[in-house]
Ligand binder design. Sequence first.
Ligand code: EPZ
Length: 431
Amino acid sequence: MDKIKIIGGKQLNGKIYISGAKNAALPLICASLLTPDTVTLTNMPMLSDIKSLNALLTLLGTQIDEFDDFLDGHPTKTYSYRTQEATSLIAPYDYVRKMRASYYVLGPLLARYGHVELSLPGGCAIGARPMDIHLAALEQMGAKIEIRNGYVIADIDGRLKGADIIFKVASVGATCNILMAAVLAEGVTKIQNAAKEPEIGDLIDLLNDMGAKISGRDTSILTIEGVETLHGATHKVIPDRIEAGSYAVAAAITRGCIELINAQASTLQCPINILRQMGVDVTETENSLIVDARGKTLVGQDIMTDFYPGFPTDLQAQFLALMLTAEGASLITETIWENRFMHVPELMRMGANINIHGHASAIVRHVDKLYGAPVMATDLRASFALILAGLIAEGETIVNRVYHLYRGYEKLAEKLAAVGADIEVIHESDE
Ligand code: EPZ
């Protein structure tokens, strides 16, 4: 298994190109199942999660073609997806277990074919991660749903029917799944308390380009007028706001200056405000964000995660690590996931001063120094927090279980090395 070795203490300066957003790309890929035509996605990140979902679509009968591309002077991938006719309507356990966003096939397959069998993903390191909101909404649209042998088996006679749906929680996954189900339903579907994350706006843009009729983008009430068929389209994936936020913290924690090319400041207003309140200079340009912490003494801030546009849970671990270097104490409260402080015990092994209260809050106090250590994390963002700690720690840090990072950070070591980090991937075969 690959590891990452970091020798801490380097100030990071330079430019980092922000890749296409993983959490936008995953539902976009599944939207291609709604049409027999070709859906082409550009600015796709090269990540293991994308490969895992592509493997599932291939199993379902999708023809996938991959092209090397060059966008804004940087190499990216373009993928085209064509599901003329699905050859299977089953998403098996081994695929969903690896990549829970595989559940995005549920809405599209049910809407187009009237039947789907999806292995329930179950919980993961950050929480229980139920699917009850997705399933209740599909039942309201007329689907018959059974849970058997760990699978959701969903059927519908004819087409799904439009319905008035109120989500009890503004779930990102349920909003995507029900949007993809409702676009081919008979009649009008209204989703109240829909999630407003930018990745949902990106999905709505693709679906509307494919011929769907969705209104209410960026609001919590979405109205979908069902259509009988959808056609192909070409779509550029939005930049990854969580990747941009993570590298913004890399600049701040090393008291360096990084320009994040292609970062969309409008999608990061809450984290940018926190950085500014801490004392970091953040400049928004037309196609980048410049994060400058050179010579700054930073002041700790309290953070509470929330649904968009609130502070993203996917940046909580990274900002928690940053607070270790800020003056005073910072209260970090996690409201979205019930088990998202798994980075804390590892950070404490590096010398961090953090007190966790219950499952939801952590008090982070300033430390003068962190010390390198072998560490491992149980999820993607927690792993990035350990990379950040390694960047400022004295001596050598070895981050194990790097496959978590491969799921969501394209060319992480290359990008950090290019701005001055002493970082190296140790491949299993090198050991
Ligand atoms: C998405 O997960 C992201 N994943 C997560 O990013 C992110 O942390 C999360 O949204 C919140 O922003 C992808 O986009 C692939 P939710 P998702 O449904 O859709 C509760 C990362 O690091 N809920 O919005 O699974 C749930 O328990 C990942 O890239 C129900 O109660 O999240 C949670 O408390 C990790 N019932 C809240 O809603 C349901 O049926 C938000 O979950 C569904 C969710």
